[in-house]
Design a protein around this ligand. Structure first.
Ligand SMILES: [Fe+2]
Length: 386
């Protein structure tokens, strides 16, 4: 399996996964042979790339951590604002993730749909719930966290689409408008008795930074509720993985290093330390160079051994760099940077893309003043959870 950017696709290649447009309409089925017409259409739609079968695919671990039906239903529930369905699907997603034998989030699990807020929300829900599983949360908390993550950007429905999709730098006024989305989302969910206080606070405070430089409140440390701290990390990680109108994507290693470099300032160090155990540095399908001088393909990743995947040499010999003691002296010294093609951005621009600029006035309306008392309540619940 290879991730091939749209500009490098060729007729005759076979798609590994189905892809969908922003409305959830299937554009291309899995196992479908590409034609020049299909490739042209993908280019016109600025579809970033596809996963394509190749000679290693039969050996690769292509397990889906979430089934396609659940993904589509979740995106549809978000689009139609069917909150009861979102809550039901949070349970479903949590159960599916808990049932995965060796839980890892591969890039292929995130780069599936045409980029939009709903696909991003689902990715953040998967990432946040996985982090919660790593932190040992119980099922109820995981479902609550998953629902909060699914709904974290629901307030963007109240923001002008032109500002949300604007390529290039935002003006201070536009930035201030976008920064209102957590409060808008919080208010949208305020009257819904099915959304718990903790889930709602995850929505309101998912752009708070550990050092107090976030928004809308500028609170810091463990005054920021646990769900909000987790969703913040998941949100920034997924934003970095995706190619958007205003930025290129980053490769897996850069994304992880960005999280680590900003732990203790933007992020809770404890959460980042846990989170990175479940992220792939060398996703399945990555071509790597070994310290032995041999070329190899990553065919499987192992949870908590992210630097030591299972690889296949060109002669189809399999090396398990994490479990086979005979391979302990072999390291990965280089990797295929397909994800980096065309990339020339600096990390500073990521901050903007992930809405992590300086804190701004929240624009909370009178309903949101209630969030102050909820925050106190939340802090109490938090210490119980910890
Ligand atoms: Fe957000």
């Amino acid at each position: 399996m290879k991730y091939v950017q749209s500009g490098a696709l060729k007729p005759g290649m076979i798609s590994l996964k189905s892809i969908y447009d922003k409305r959830g309409v299937c554009l291309l089925a899995a196992n479908h042979e590409l034609t020049a017409g299909i490739i042209k259409q993908l280019m016109i739609m600025e579809f970033p790339g596809l996963y394509i079968y190749d000679e290693y695919s039969e050996y690769e671990d292509l397990t889906e951590i979430l089934d396609e039906k659940t993904r589509l239903e979740a995106m549809n529930a978000l689009k139609t604002m069917n909150i009861d369905r979102v809550l039901y699907l949070s349970t479903e997603i949590t159960e599916q993730l808990l049932s995965v034998e060796e839980l890892m989030i591969d890039f292929k699990d995130l780069k599936i749909y045409h980029n939009d807020t709903y696909a991003h929300s689902l990715n953040v829900a998967m990432l946040a719930t996985t982090c919660g599983i790593g932190l040992g949360m119980n099922n109820y908390d995981l479902q609550e966290l998953c629902a909060s993550a699914m709904l974290h950007d629901i307030g963007k429905r109240g923001i002008n689409r032109e500002i949300l999709d604007k390529p290039g730098k935002l003006t201070p006024e536009e930035r201030e408008i976008i920064n209102q989305h957590p409060a808008i989302g919080y208010n949208m969910m305020y009257d819904n008795p099915a959304i718990t206080t903790r889930a709602r606070m995850g929505i309101l405070l998912h752009h708070e930074n550990w050092d107090g430089s976030g928004y809308p409140r500028g609170i810091q440390g463990d005054r920021i509720p646990l769900y909000a701290r987790i969703i913040h990390v998941a949100d920034v990680y997924d934003a970095m993985c995706q190619k958007r109108a205003y930025k290129e994507d980053y490769d897996p290693k850069e994304c992880v290093e960005y999280l680590m470099a900003n732990s203790g300032t933007m992020f809770d160090l404890h959460i980042v330390e846990n989170f990175i155990h479940y992220l792939t540095i060398y996703p399945v399908g990555t071509d790597v160079m070994l310290s032995t001088g041999q070329k190899a393909r990553v065919i499987k990743n192992r949870a908590k051994s992210v630097l030591r995947p299972v690889v296949m040499l060109e002669d189809k010999t399999i090396l398990d760099l994490a479990k086979d003691r005979n391979t302990y002296n072999i390291t990965i010294v280089g990797y295929d940077k397909v994800f980096l093609e065309g990339k020339d951005l600096e990390p500073a621009e990521v901050e903007e893309s992930a809405d992590v600029e300086e804190s701004a006035e929240s624009g909370l309306n009178s309903d949101s003043e209630l969030a102050d008392s909820e925050l106190d309540l939340e802090s109490g619940l938090e210490s119980e959870a910890d």
